[in-house]
Design a protein around this ligand. Structure first.
Ligand code: GDP
Length: 433
């Protein structure tokens, strides 16, 4: 069994996202009854490579490839209905028998004007933009907490039109007076009609997933909570304001999925063997020039380029300060170290072990403005200069790669339980207990 002895396991990122969570969840889900997304929307992608082929999943949970798994979008998710339906259709077209997606009736819907406001606001900010994927996620969560959002359940009731009218009074005023976009004003009636059309198409997939998961727990079923992005993009604990707009932490998984907090008994933090980051913001161990290009081209399954946007990811050396902090705020009970194979081309591997900030050395992860002034303190580890993608147990790894794993374990102060040596489901080493 992959995540043995656990009833509710959270799989979350310790870094900035893109740590290979999708690959891990596809691997672990063989032994899960439910896989639950608890935050975010279709603004990032999880890449999964298995016998069905290569997939970039944006909203559908990564348990979709097993017929026995129910894949839940919990109340904390930003549901882009068009995107979701397209993704499910693509899975079916490519031979995946049944993605078995269930959407919480308490989840909220990404509205067409959320995407528009994301674009307009990034345009307004100009040089100070956040590097948003412009999928409407920040305006979506802003409206949710302003209490002018639309829940999935609202698509089926009489309250939809008055809700939209109310929200659009504010939106249309901003369009006219802030964004000078009078010709892009919205009519509540036409938005409601479009939403009801989507509602008809997702009605059969909609359920009270909180009840579903509570019953599943009572029945002893196994649940996996699937994080999107990583700890350093968390709005409270990450690199705010270059963060995302919903909590990426395992602590929030209980809220966003709708399971009791006491039930999460394992928290697997996905730790990347080097660093990558999408979007703006401080990135202390970042590389530039040909070193960056080489790592970017060798990284991931086919280079470090965004699964949703195709944007080149910023890349850097492993950052022990940021990752230790990421594991800590996630409350990691164990680490899955991913993409170790990528480093096999280096004679020596630099690792960022501390930051220099205003003339002082620290191993603590600071707030954003101090982070912007931080410089990396690097140490080098010997490389292994070998392809390790066929290794299936720890002893098969060259001793320099074993040392690198032990260094990560020491730096994170959390046990490494899995090592991923390639993007395919099978390319995984399980460490003996
Ligand atoms: P996620 O959002 O955390 O699921 O990560 P992404 O899917 O966005 O990015 C991870 C990238 O690395 C994808 O291209 C994966 O196919 C790939 N990947 C995952 N694990 C490994 C690994 O161990 N080695 C290699 N070479 N690629 C991996």
């Amino acid at each position: 069994m992959a995540v043995s002895g656990s009833q509710v396991t959270a799989v979350v990122g310790a870094n900035w996202g893109d740590e290979g969570k999708g690959k891990l969840i596809d691997y672990f889900a063989e032994h899960s009854d439910y896989v639950v997304r608890f935050q975010g929307g279709g603004n990032a992608g999880h890449t999964v490579i298995n016998d069905y082929g290569k997939f970039a999943l944006h909203l559908v949970p990564c348990g979709a490839f097993y017929p026995h798994t129910t894949n839940v979008l919990g109340p904390g998710v930003a549901v882009n209905m068009e995107g979701l339906l397209k993704e499910i259709r693509e899975l079916t077209d490519r031979g995946v028998p049944n993605a078995n997606v269930v959407i919480s009736d308490r989840a909220q819907v990404v509205l067409p004007y959320h995407v528009q406001f994301d674009e307009l606001e990034e345009g307004r900010r100009g040089k100070e933009k956040f590097g948003s994927t412009q999928s409407g996620i920040a305006p979506f969560y802003a409206d949710k907490y302003l209490k002018i959002g639309v829940r999935v359940a609202d698509l089926f009731g009489e309250g939809l039109l008055p809700r939209l009218r109310n929200a659009l009074t504010q939106k249309n005023t901003l369009l006219t007076h802030l964004y000078d976009a009078d010709d892009h004003r919205w009519e509540a009636e036409s938005v409601a009609e479009e939403l009801r059309g989507f509602g008809d198409r997702i009605r059969d997939m909609t359920a009270d997933t909180t009840q579903l998961l509570h019953d599943a727990i009572d029945d002893g079923k196994r649940i996996m909570l699937e994080g999107q992005l990583g700890a350093l993009k968390d709005p409270d604990h990450g690199i705010y304001p270059y963060s995302t707009s919903s909590s990426t932490l395992a602590g929030f998984a209980t809220v966003g999925a709708g399971v009791p907090a006491r039930t999460i008994d394992r928290i697997v933090a996905s730790v990347k063997a080097y660093s990558s980051c999408v979007g703006a913001g401080p990135f202390v161990s970042e590389l530039a020039g040909s070193e960056a290009e080489e790592l970017r081209n060798r990284g991931g399954a086919e280079g470090e380029f965004g699964a949703t946007t195709g944007r080149p990811r910023r890349v850097g050396w492993f950052d022990a300060v940021a990752t230790r902090y990421g594991c800590r705020v996630q409350g990691a009970t164990e680490v899955a170290l991913t993409l170790l194979d990528v480093l096999g081309y280096l004679d020596e591997i630099p690792v960022c072990v501390a930051y220099r900030i205003d003339g002082e050395t620290t191993d603590q992860f600071p707030v954003t403005d101090r982070l912007e002034r931080a410089e990396p303190v690097l140490e080098t580890m010997p490389g292994w200069k070998t392809d390790i993608s066929d290794a299936r147990n720890f002893e098969e790894l060259p001793s320099a790669a074993q040392d690198y794993v032990r260094m990560i374990e020491r730096q994170c102060r959390v046990r490494v339980s899995w090592i991923s040596v390639g993007p395919h489901r099978d390319q995984t080493i399980r460490m003996s207990a």
